[in-house]
Design a protein. Structure first.
Lengths: 136, 666
């Protein structure tokens, strides 16, 4: 499992459809792992975290990435995220950034399949960003 | 608003007949009165017919209660004929300016006809004339309790109409036949026996669910409760159709199942909070009898159900199906349930999962202002619990169908299927499919327990919804718990070992496979364990070990080829453990997909049977053919030339292989 900084860097550095799609997989996986981790704590935000897992999987599947190995226990704490609220904010921003990159990739995509994958993944990222939007 | 029930129609018809009775006079036209009474009795007879499952009164093997219902139906039909005859003899019907009495009788007859239509929505007739269930109520509509209650109810209606014929006989003639049949019908009904199923009969709704009621973000507690009941009705209807459409429905695609699972977890969590708040309120209002403890117990049931749905969501995160559609009717409906249950639980009329971190639980007094409001909220939660139970059962059936059809996939990192590429999807192995099915059994059991707890509360509080238990699907066998299958769940996402120790074999799946006709050797291959382990597991589960598979072609093999001295008999278990020519070819291609290997083994045995049969018919060639038919993995070409059916398998593996390797369609 990659760290938040690492997936952010890869995403920002992606300069083609292929690179964006390949950077998107770890982003969805990271969001999924964090959402699962916080859902397990059964905090008040349980409905939010559970709802994030759906589009995270759908985004991952849309770009053709396979589910990665389950993260080791404690992965959430190792993500350098100070707390649940901060994690939600950080991941919400990451999802919004992912959506932008994917939509940018759609605009520059030449093959229909890649374009379709980017669109579906962008929709999933939008849904995540909407769920995790700070201050809702 | 919740849909209309059969009892509502009966009450409405009775009100109209009572109003007609109050307004009747000597000036009431007899032909019209007789005509509409005839229609009313016809409607009653048709209602009775709708619950008797198309039985015939002449049939010899009918139970007493069904025979009585059919005889009563016959008596009502005769009475209706008599009334219609008397009406035609009495004169012409009024075309305009019908008096109140006639309008009320006409309305009562129409409502009774609507009652029949409502009952008939639960069943239809297929092309070969047999009834087909169309809703969760279908079985209950023809149940003994309901039929007996209907017999009592329609007998009572016969008595009501008989009183009218008595009044009419003062001014009309030719009513003797109708009156006689109505009296007969009235006497046939047994009110005491009918009382038992009266609630069920009255609760029968239309099989056509009410229209969707999207949440609008400004609903009161009463409106939220009504909306949840509508969604529960719609979910029950959708759940009923899901198993039959599992292999083609978007509701049985992995994303939809995942969404349904986490939504059900959120609903269960919110419902648990509603019950806790209700328990606090019951304590504040000092309800009699005290309900606080029972409400807390029911709340704990929801929390357990929430954990099971959550685990299922985790499993579905690594599973794929042929289609990856996330939008489905069930997902949409259960999302409405999430919003409404959340808004009932939290003090935020616009609550959504995104707003959950900042939401405060609802104030107990705003949930139930008075003691009388508690049963309404409790009834709503009961409806939600029941709908989730139907959904859980439907998911179990749908996932079973998907597993049987080989339409579930895991990343090959987990499945370790040698025929699929390392970085692709592979068919879900039987042991993992068994774990997934066990998970769904656990969910269904947990939902049942939650709903059963609320059934008891509903019965105690005399709440509406007591009929829900009667139409609920059966509890899965085994009474599995989350704790019991926890080791299997932990293994689910781990890499599958090449050889599994006996203790780690999915014993339920193995037993099921053996009972479905898979041989000992095939079980050993499919479950990656030794034959000895398979035998031990089967013995431990009390399964008698057969030497031949009951459903495989070798059981209908008419004759076996004679074995050459010193060579094993192909039909003997030891010999069958050696792969046949087709299976050997498939293995040579590197395919390890269990279902393909089993198919290949079956083809080999069928070919062996065919060759034996040919040999039996031409005795002079039997020994030669038998020798060629014998498994010869090292020299498959010679086997191909010998066995007639072995040409087909040589074409099959590439096609099968590509299917095994192909990723799910997007």
């Amino acid at each position: 499992m990659e760290s938040l900084g690492s997936v952010q860097e890869r995403l920002l550095a992606a300069d083609s459809v292929t690179a964006t799609l390949s950077a998107a997989g770890p982003v969805f996986e990271l969001i999924l792992a964090v959402a699962n981790g916080y859902a397990e704590t059964m905090s008040r935000a349980f409905p939010m975290w559970m709802s994030v897992t759906g589009p995270a999987c759908e985004g991952r599947d849309a770009i053709g990435a396979l589910p990665s190995a389950p993260p080791e226990p404690g992965v959430v704490t190792s993500l350098s995220l100070a707390g649940e609220a901060e994690a939600a904010d950080e991941l919400g921003l990451l999802a919004a950034m992912l959506s932008l990159r994917l939509r940018y990739a759609v605009a520059n995509a030449t093959d229909l399949q890649g374009c379709h994958a980017c669109e579906r993944a962008a929709e999933a990222a939008d849904e995540i960003a909407e769920l995790l939007r700070p201050g809702i | 608003m919740p849909g209309i029930a059969f009892g509502d129609l009966l009450d409405s018809a009775a009100r109209h007949v009572a109003a007609a009775g109050e307004s009747r006079s000597a000036a009431t036209p007899a032909p019209d009165t007789l005509f509409y009474l005839g229609r009313l009795v016809t409607g009653a007879a048709r209602c009775l017919r709708a619950v008797t499952a198309y039985g015939s009164p002449g049939a010899a093997d009918l139970p007493h209660w069904q025979r009585t219902a059919l005889e009563l139906h016959e008596a009502l039909c005769q009475a209706a004929d008599g009334l219609n005859q008397a009406a035609s003899q009495a004169g012409d019907l009024l075309q305009v300016r019908r008096p109140h009495t006639i309008r009320h009788l006409a309305a009562a007859a129409d409502i009774m006809a609507a009652g029949h239509d409502l009952l008939r929505t639960h069943m239809s007739i297929d092309s070969d004339g047999s009834p087909v269930d169309r809703s969760v109520w279908a079985r209950m509509v023809t149940d003994e309790l309901v039929v007996v209650a209907m017999t009592g109810e329609m007998g009572r209606w016969a008595g009501t109409v008989a009183a009218w014929t008595g009044w009419l006989s003062m001014s009309s003639t030719g009513l003797a036949t109708a009156a006689e049949w109505l009296d007969t019908a009235h006497q046939m009904a047994a009110p005491s026996a009918a009382a038992q199923g009266q609630d069920l009969l009255r609760a029968i709704p239309s099989a056509i669910p009410p229209g969707r009621l999207p949440p609008d973000g400004a609903e009161s507690v009463t409106e939220l409760c009504a909306g949840i009941s509508v969604t529960a009705d719609r979910l029950r209807a959708l759940a009923f159709t899901l198993p039959g459409q599992a292999t083609r429905s978007s509701d049985a695609a992995a994303p939809a199942l995942r969404r349904a699972a986490y939504s059900a977890a959120i609903v269960s969590d919110a419902a648990a909070l509603v019950l806790r708040t209700l328990s606090t309120r019951a304590g504040q209002l000092r309800t009699d009898p005290p309900a606080a403890a029972q409400l807390l117990e029911a709340s704990a049931g929801f929390s357990s159900a929430c954990s099971t749905w959550r685990r299922a969501n985790s499993m579905w995160q690594v599973i794929a199906t042929d289609t990856l559609e996330a939008v489905s009717p069930i997902a949409e409906e259960i999302h409405d349930l999430v919003l409404r249950m959340g808004r009932l639980a939290f003090a935020d009329a616009a609550w959504t999962p995104a707003r959950s971190p900042h939401a405060r639980p609802r104030d107990p007094a705003s949930l139930a202002a008075t003691k009388a409001a508690i049963p309404a909220v409790l009834g709503t939660v009961h409806q939600a619990a029941d709908a989730l139970t139907h959904l859980a059962s439907a998911h179990l059936a749908a996932v079973t169908a998907l597993a049987d059809a080989g339409r579930l996939y895991l990343p090959n990192r987990i499945a370790c299927d040698e025929s699929a590429a390392r970085g692709s999807w592979a068919r879900m192995p039987p042991d993992r499919a068994g774990t997934l099915l066990d998970m769904h059994r656990v969910i269904t059991t947990a939902c049942h327990q939650t709903a059963a707890g609320l059934d008891r509360l509903a019965a105690r509080e005399a709440m509406p919804g007591s009929a829900l238990a009667a139409i609920r699907p059966a509890v899965p066998e085994g009474n599995l718990t989350l704790e019991a299958i926890d080791p299997q769940l932990r293994m689910f996402v781990r890499r599958r070992p090449l050889r599994v120790a006996a203790a780690d074999v999915d014993t339920r799946a193995l037993v099921r496979a053996f009972q479905n006709g898979v041989s000992l050797s095939d079980c050993a291959r499919l479950f990656n364990c030794s034959r000895k382990s398979v035998t031990a597991i089967l013995t431990e589960h009390g399964v008698s070990i057969r030497t031949r598979a009951p459903h495989t072609p070798d059981t209908i093999q008419p004759a076996r080829p004679a074995a050459k001295p010193g060579q094993p008999d192909p039909a003997e278990p030891a010999a069958r453990a050696e792969p046949g020519p087709v299976e050997a070819t498939i293995r040579k291609l590197g395919i390890t997909d269990p279902s393909l290997l089993v198919q290949a083994a079956v083809i080999d045995r069928a070919a062996s049977g065919l060759v034996s049969e040919a040999g039996r018919r031409t005795p002079q060639n039997a020994a030669q053919l038998a020798a060629q038919d014998r498994p010869a993995p090292a020299n498959t070409e010679s086997a191909h030339t010998a066995a007639p059916s072995s040409a087909a398998p040589s074409q099959q593996p590439p096609a099968r292989r590509s299917r095994a390797r192909s990723a799910p369609r997007r």
